[in-house]
Write a protein that binds this ligand. Structure first.
Ligand code: PLP
Length: 379
């Protein structure tokens, strides 16, 4: 126990500021309750669950204003599974990757270890900024992350000039960016994410918005077109064509967590009712600037990402002066019901990391900054 008690009146209404899993709204829990017993505990191959998946897919189509021919595809395993799906189904021979944190690095490593792919071309920089892949000959996929959750860096999502002419795909890890950062889906061929960040649901699922070119690529690779040698072994669980076929029928290859679907469907419906992507991104921007402004004025805290253009409005990272221990601050906050504002472990900095996804109230973010000040003054 830290023995610092923050006055009740100063506390945020909800103390969850994690970067994933994130705050789940009470209305989502109500939706879960309402789904019992006609939906929870029933077959995912029957109409009620298929209707739920259909509603989720059409809600996401509306939310992201899908261009013609783009499809919402989903399956089990989270964004981490989609990295392996990229290796097995979307990279023909060689990818170029932007690497600027733990998540971007993981995809690059998967591609590197896939025995049937050439080594990816890596465009890297130190944590705290982003590095986009540049035009590279013989590359058929360009990969980077919209939001690098490990560092609080947001990157632009725009096709690499010349990439369309070389028939290369643009694959964006949007796990923590989707729903929090503005995006023009037409600039991507796969925009993929998990439900437990901006969509405030449980983990376990991946969702990918696929362009006609990405769907085409998956079909060709499944048939062996363009591959050196014979057809590639694609583990059935990682088959993107099978995920596409199932999604078109509002199903998943194998049994999904129905609770995740219920929570996410409710969140997408809520976001669309509030004003869609524009509303969500404006709200995140408001919350994020409360923290950046506070940190810039603070005498013990400062934004970790120095270039304002690279600063995320979904996950905000704030370095603390060496005289203020993040562990002590975290412990005191947790004692008062404020949780998960720890930095990404492997980044190894004296830092707080605050998730300001659409479900988080900007007023709660303001209260959080005051609570941090209160704690630091008393450490
Ligand atoms: C959280 C996260 C992942 C991993 O998502 P899982 O659902 O745990 O597989 C991947 N990429 C980014 C950018 C993330 O924030």
């Amino acid at each position: 126990m830290s023995n610092i008690q923050i006055p009740q009146s100063m506390l945020p209404e909800d103390g969850r500021f994690g970067s994933g899993p994130t705050k789940i709204r009470p209305a989502q829990m109500q939706a879960l309750n309402d789904a019992f017993p006609h939906l929870l505990g029933t077959s995912h191959r029957q109409t009620p669950v298929k209707q739920l998946v259909a509603s989720l897919r059409s809600g996401l189509s509306e939310f992201f204003s899908l261009p013609d021919g783009y499809e919402v595809v989903l399956g089990n395993g989270g964004a981490s599974a989609f990295w392996e799906i990229i290796c097995a189904n979307l990279v023909t021979r060689k990818a170029a990757c932007g690497v600027y944190g733990s998540f971007t690095k993981k995809l690059a490593q998967s591609i590197q270890t896939a025995p049937f792919l050439e080594d990816p071309v890596i465009y890297a920089c130190d944590p705290g900024n982003y590095k986009l892949p540049e035009y590279t000959e013989h590359v058929d996929c360009y990969c980077w992350a919209h939001n690098e959750t490990s560092t609080g860096v947001a990157a632009p999502v725009e096709r690499v000039p010349g990439s369309t002419e070389q028939n290369a795909l643009t694959l964006i890890d949007a796990t923590s960016g989707a729903g929090a950062l503005p995006v023009d889906i037409a600039q991507t061929d796969a925009y993929y994410f998990s439900p437990q960040k901006a969509f405030g649901a449980e983990g376990g699922l991946w969702v990918a918005i696929l362009s006609p070119a990405a769907i085409d690529r998956a079909e060709h690779i499944q048939q062996g077109v363009g591959l050196a040698g014979s057809t590639r072994w694609i583990p059935p669980f990682l088959s993107l064509t099978s995920a596409i076929e199932n999604s078109r029928k509002n199903q998943t290859l194998n049994t999904p967590a129905l609770a995740t679907l219920v929570l996410m469907e409710n969140q997408v419906r809520y976001l669309n009712e509030q004003g869609g992507l524009q509303w969500a991104t404006a709200r995140c921007q408001r919350s994020a600037s409360i923290i950046y402004d506070w940190a810039e004025q603070s005498d013990y805290a400062s934004p970790f990402v120095t270039d304002p253009k690279a600063r995320s409005q979904a996950v905000v990272t704030v370095d603390l002066d060496a005289s203020v221990s993040d562990q002590a601050v975290l412990a005191a906050l947790r004692d008062n019901g404020i949780v998960d504002v720890n930095s990404y472990r492997k980044l190894g900095r004296n830092q707080l990391r605050i998730g300001v996804f659409p479900s988080v109230e900007p007023d709660d973010v303001r209260a959080l900054t005051k609570c941090i000040d209160y704690v630091v003054e008393r450490l």
